[in-house]
Every structure is written in C-alpha cells, then in structure tokens.
Design a protein around this ligand. Structure first.
Ligand code: NAP
Ligand code: MG
Length: 492
C-alpha cells in the first residue's frame, strides 16, 4: 500500500460502522479501489476486517436488539422514511461513487439509489400494517393470537452488482420488523456501502442497530453465518458461496435466504412483435453490461423468423455506445473488475472455440485501459455449449433456432437455474402456457427478463434460490417469525 502514499488522488479511507461509531479494522490492512473505466484512477481505501471485528459488530447488534424491538414498528418505519429522503438528497453522490467503483452507468446507479428510496418508503409503510392474526380457539372464552415477532440479529451478505438496492431490500424489511443488522457488502463496492450506511445513521438509527463490516467474504463470511448470536442470514451472490452458507447455517440452526445465479432464457415465437422482442433481448442481455442475475443470456427463436430476428438484434446492438458510465450518451459501461473482464472474455473465447457463430462484437476495447467488452451476440448456438449452460455475468447472449414453442419451452427449462424467463408472443394460449410451465421464480410476457418492483416477490427456484423470496410481502416470512399466544382471560 505504501507505494501509493502521496499520490494526489488518494483521499479517503472508508471505515467500518460498528455500534454507532466509524472505526478502523483491527487488521491495519486496507483494500484499494480502482475505477474499472480507468484502472489507474484510485477511488479510495476500505478497511479489511478480521473475525474479531465482526464479533464486535455482532455483539453490538445483539446489545441493541432489545431496544430496537421495543420501539414501535410505526416509529421504526419513521426512521426508514427519513432514510429514504436522505438517500434521495444524496442520490447523485452515492450513484457517482457506485459508478466509479463498479463501472455501471450513472443513469443506472442513480436509478438504483432512487429505487432504494422507494423500497425504504414501502417498508416504512409496512410498520403500520397488521402484525398478526386472531384465530378461533376451541376453548370457550379463549383468545388465540399468531403474532409476528422479529427473528433476531440478521447477517446480510450482498454482492457488488447492485451495491445500493440489494442491501436496502434486505435491510429495510429486517429493520422495520425489529431486527438489528450486521451488513457485509461485496468488497468491490465497500465505499458505496459506507455511504449507504451513513444514510441510515443520519436518519437516526440507534447505535448498534445497523453495523457495517468491510472486508473479504472468504475471511469473515463464516463467522457471520455461524456465530451463536446471529439468528438469520440473508445472502445474494454466487451459487458456490450460497451453498456453503446453506451448509453452515443448517448445521448451526440459523434461518437462511439465498438469492443466487441465473441463466435466463427468452423465447421468441413467430407471432411476436419482433422489433419489441429484439430490443428487449438486447436490453435484457446488455443492460448493466450483462452483470445482472436476471440478465437475458440465451434466446430460443422459432426457425421461421430466426434470420429476421438476428438482423433486428444486430441492429439494436449496433446502437450501443460504450464508454465511461459517468459520461452522457454512453449506453454501456465497462465490466466491474479485472476478474470479471477475464471471466467474460474467457467465455467469449469458449463460445468461439465450441463453434457458435459470432454474429456481433466479441472483442475488447481499450479506452483508458478500462475493462471494456463489446456487446457480444452468438448465433446458431447449441444446447450443449458452455455459453448456453453457464452463468457468464457479462454482455453476452446466445441465440438458438428451435422448431416450435414446445422445443423452446423444453430447452428453456433444461437448466439447473430458475430465476427469470421471458416469452415474446401474441398468442394468449402460449403466453399462459409459458406462465404456468416455465420453471422460474419470475416470468415476463413480452417483457425483458430483468426488472423488479419493491411490492412484488423477487427470487428464483431450483439452483437460483432457497428460502422465502425477497421484497414485497414475502419479506415478512423471512424477517419475522410467528409467536402463537393463548390468552385465557376468565380465571374465576
Ligand atoms: P460472490 O462472490 O458469491 O459474493 C457475494 C458476497 O458474498 C460478497 O459480499 C462476498 O464477499 C461474499 N462472500 C465471498 N465468499 C464468502 C464466504 N465464503 N462466506 C460468506 N460470504 C462470502 O458473488 P459475486 O461475484 O459478488 O456476485 C455475482 C453473483 O451474484 C452472480 O452469480 C449473480 O448471479 C449473483 N446475483 C444474484 C442475484 C439474485 O437476486 N438472484 C442478484 C445479484 C447477483 P467478497 O466481495 O469480499 O468476496
Ligand atoms: Mg466474489
């Protein structure tokens, strides 16, 4: 780290937030952040926490638990409402930081910040909704209640690809339902995380209710998942890490929720509006440089319209302008890191080697040394290829020709993943059939595979997710537990 000291653009070291204080990690180690649009530009340093730092954060959360639970949910919601206002005021600054940290365009990170504010407002209202049910009892004069109560300390482990909205859609419901939180963000987006945590601090959250621990998941992940005072773990990230969390959480008796990867198909039928389908397949694949768990990564196209569809897809892809996401007029930024760059270019090479037809893109671009990859479209791909089976998490989509709807549905479902899927058709019958038979958590009829609203459940099935879904009313399932109360008022 010393070699960077004295460089003028190194300004800030971003700290952990534990028990209401901004503190250094006990390791003395820092992680330096570079801009993926210009990797010689340093954005700052974040702390690298130790297991001991995380234990302190968990203790602080545990200590804050009783007070937070005792505050009425209406008043807890009021704090979230304030956080929404502050987040909106700071949206430009937080979005700029996120863009500099992980390359997503400013318009996308700003959209994420504003989405964060609407999630906070949605869950602020939740504090005013019912928190249980009155059930009939078999005994005369007895009242039977099923009351929703907090689960306890929640560990939230989040990825870098939605550094603002994903943490908020975990923390907002956790908090409003009365649970303190220890949050471990993706290391790549630790600076953005400090700014999001500051929003909650400034909204008036009591000390210890939200704690931020920066650092490496490989070092501090296990303690977050197994500590005796953690009651529940909510995780979004890769399948490999998610499966490990499931194993550890099961062994230590914790509640867990996993949102994992996807390999999301679009089915394009001959009666579809092909302009709409081509635009939304390209958008679905290339938005956020393909780094969305819900990105469209394979499309099954009826043979009769395949050639026409390919032409239209290329036409839309050709409209994409690549560059630094802070600049106006750019429609695709770099991928988030050198690691992403290497993984995605590796898949592009595999696509070529395995014999898919490269229809568009396929090269890297050198703009200020940034991690730029062209929007890449493969055609005539087959179901066995790696680019059709494995999550790429980059601006790459594979098109496949199918004989008919039945073949498309069968192939769309033939995957370990089950996050989202789209069908483009004017046939009510096929749209309904797809809605009912597509093996995913989220279906789009004439829409792109991505897209979520705070009031609707979000998440996948099969290897794409486990546990209750996120957002909307589903969050109640994960962040509360039922307490059954029997009241016998007549004792004489
Ligand atoms: P990742 O490597 O699994 O990281 C996710 C989080 O887990 C990060 O905070 C990471 O910390 C942490 N982590 C790493 N090792 C850990 C361990 N042993 N124990 C506990 N936590 C650990 O995933 P990613 O590469 O950041 O994100 C991309 C993946 O997320 C893709 O597979 C994508 O599909 C998925 N994703 C899913 C959804 C969804 O809702 N279904 C949404 C977005 C992304 P470090 O950063 O320090 O390694
Ligand atoms: Mg990782």
């Amino acid at each position: 780290m010393n070699e960077y000291l004295g460089r003028v653009n190194i300004v800030t070291n971003y700290l952990n937030f534990i028990n209401g204080e901004w503190v250094s990690a006990s390791s003395g180690e820092k992680h330096e952040h570079f801009n993926p649009a210009n990797p010689s530009e340093s954005i700052g340093f974040t702390e690298v926490s130790t297991v001991g730092d995380v234990e302190k954060a968990i203790e602080a959360a545990k200590a804050a638990s009783a007070g937070w639970k005792a505050m009425s949910s209406v008043n807890r919601g009021e704090i979230l409402r304030k956080a929404a206002d502050i987040l909106e005021e700071r949206a430009d600054d937080i979005a700029k930081t996120a863009t500099q940290e992980m390359g997503k365009r400013f318009i996308e990170t700003k959209g994420e910040a504003l989405r964060g504010a609407s999630i906070l407002r949605y869950y602020a209202q939740e504090g005013m909704r019912k928190k249980g049910e009155v059930l009939p009892s078999a005994a005369n004069g007895t009242t039977l209640l099923a009351v929703r109560v907090p689960v306890g300390v929640v560990a939230a482990i989040t990825p870098w690809n939605f550094p603002i909205a994903i943490p908020i859609w975990k923390m907002a419901p956790a908090l409003v339902f009365g649970n303190p939180v220890v949050w471990k963000p993706g290391q790549e987006t630790g600076i953005t995380a400090t700014k999001v945590a500051k929003v909650f601090e400034d909204a008036g959250l009591p000390a210890g209710v939200l704690n931020l621990v920066l650092g490496r998941g490989s070092v501090i992940g296990d303690v977050l998942t197994t500590h005796k005072d953690v009651a529940a773990v909510t995780f979004t990230g890769s399948n490999a890490v998610g499966q490990n969390i499931a194993k550890l959480a099961t062994a230590t008796g914790k509640k867990f929720q996993l949102e994992l990867g996807g390999k999301n198909p679009a089915v394009v039928l001959e009666d579809a509006n092909l302009d709409l389908a081509a635009r939304l397949v390209v958008d679905g694949a290339m938005k956020q440089t393909g780094q969305r768990c819900t990105a469209t990564s394979r499309a099954y196209v009826e043979a009769s319209i395949y050639d026409e569809f390919v032409e239209k897809v290329i036409e839309y892809a050709d409209k994409i302008t690549i560059g630094d996401g802070l600049q106006d007029g750019i429609t695709m930024g770099p991928v988030a890191s050198k690691k992403q760059f290497d993984t995605v270019t590796g898949y592009v090479q595999k696509g070529k080697d395995e014999g898919a037809e490269l229809l568009y893109g396929g090269s890297t671009l050198d703009i200020n040394g940034g991690y730029y990859i062209e929007p890449t479209i493969f055609g005539n791909a087959t179901h066995e290829m790696s680019i059709v089976n494995e999550e790429i998490f980059g601006p790459v989509v594979a098109l496949m020709k199918v004989a008919d709807y039945d073949e498309a549905l069968q192939k769309a479902n033939d995957t370990i993943y089950g996050l989202s899927a789209a069908v483009f058709t004017d046939s009510l019958e096929k749209a309904f059939h797809f809605m009912e038979n597509s093996e995913v958590g989220m279906v789009q009829i004439n829409g792109e595979t991505g897209g979520a609203e705070p009031q609707a459940p979000f998440g996948g099935i099969k290897s794409s997710g486990q546990g209750p879904k996120e957002q909307g009313q589903s969050a109640v399932e994960f962040f509360t537990t039922n307490k059954t109360v029997t009241i016998n008022p007549y004792t004489k």
